[in-house]
Ligand binder design. Structure first.
Ligand SMILES: Nc1ncnc2c1ncn2[C@@H]1O[C@H](COP(=O)(O)OP(=O)(O)OP(=O)(O)O)[C@@H](O)[C@H]1O
Length: 320
């Protein structure tokens, strides 16, 4: 996949809570039959933000995304997406949104380029000087790394190549808001890295707001400006990956050697402890390592606490 060039161009993303939210959700509830899946979900996403929704299988991530896309009617709560209620969003509203669903397996006899041309045609009436629509299909093929497979039938593609087509369909209309539901499932490491570059380019160069779900915590950490963790039908943590690891994480673990002897110490103040260490032992300190809990440990800990029925102490506070 190539990086988006000048043609696509725009000014660098301006992020932050100025201006209207791209997505605003409050008191969102969803009940399937007698089962409550969402019990009052609140969050907002600002323009140009890349937000990752994390949560265990069945937590309700896809449900949230489908509600925001207007594909599913909610049970209760307020939802605004690009200024409209998704359930009554019209064609012009829909053309501003890109969607990569978790699986999309029809059209197996279509050829890659034909499919993209078809979708591209749909967006032409919604073009504007700031956001020319659709994207040029050749550039799009290049962007998602499918140039060599432009003439291939969809049914003949590998899983990862097929997923690239899904991504291409999601961005052919140069969306202002892009939903990606487990977009990298089936990607090899190179495809994954290319996809991460693409997400950064969409956010930084085109000011695209992106909401994605993933089970890959490393990916979440790399991509997200902000992470929402969903458990027990609620958002239980909301913040940047670093802030979440800091706020919800355990103590720093300090390891060092003095005179050949190995030491390990856990402390909430890694910096202060290391300062003291050097004051006491000076140059005798060697092999120093300071390690904080990463996102994976924070996430696993949070999920464990919820699954055992206990509250995630302090987790409701925002950690930006
Ligand atoms: N149409 C439906 N009818 C009944 N129950 C449903 C329906 N869709 C989803 N559910 C249930 O709602 C819960 C949340 O499902 P959802 O797909 O939103 O979770 P998820 O967080 O996306 O999970 P995963 O990580 O496995 O993709 C699950 O228990 C699921 O079985």
């Amino acid at each position: 996949m190539a990086v988006i060039g000048e043609e696509a161009g725009g000014t660098p993303a301006v992020r932050g809570p100025d201006g209207p939210a791209v997505v605003e959700v409050s008191g969102l509830r969803m009940r399937y039959g007698s089962k409550d899946v969402l019990n009052g979900v609140d969050f907002r996403i600002d323009r140009g933000e890349v937000l990752t929704l994390l949560g265990p299988n069945g937590a309700g991530k896809t449900t949230i995304i489908e509600i925001l896309e207007g594909f599913r009617a909610r049970s209760a709560g307020e939802v605004r997406v690009l200024g409209a209620d998704p359930i009554s969003g019209g064609e012009a509203w829909r053309a501003r949104i890109g969607v990569v669903l978790q699986s999309w397996r029809d059209h197996s006899k279509w050829r890659v380029r034909d499919l993209l041309e078809l979708f591209a045609g749909h967006y032409a009436p919604y073009s504007s000087p700031e956001r020319p629509r659709p994207r040029d299909v050749d550039e799009l093929l290049e962007l998602v790394g499918l140039t060599e497979h432009a003439g291939a039938k969809l049914g003949s593609l590998s899983g990862g190549q097929r997923r690239r087509v899904d991504v291409a369909v999601g961005i052919v209309g140069r969306p202002e808001l892009l939903f990606l539901d487990e977009p990298t499932a089936g990607f090899d490491p190179q495809a994954r890295r290319d996809f991460h570059d693409l997400v950064h380019a969409l956010a930084d160069e085109e000011d695209t707001t992106i909401l994605l779900t993933t089970h890959d915590l490393d990916e979440a950490e790399k991509l997200a400006d902000r992470i929402l963790m969903l458990a027990d039908g609620r958002i239980v943590a909301d913040g940047s990956p670093e802030a979440l690891a800091r706020e919800l994480g355990s103590d720093a673990e300090v390891r060092w050697r003095v005179g050949g002897e190995r030491f390990v110490h856990s402390t909430p103040d890694g910096t202060g402890f290391v300062r003291g260490l050097f004051e006491q032992h000076g140059e005798d300190v060697t092999d120093l390592e300071v390690r904080r809990a990463g996102l994976e440990e924070v996430y696993m800990d949070l999920v464990r606490r919820y699954e055992s029925g206990g509250p995630a102490a302090g987790a409701e506070e925002e950690a930006r």
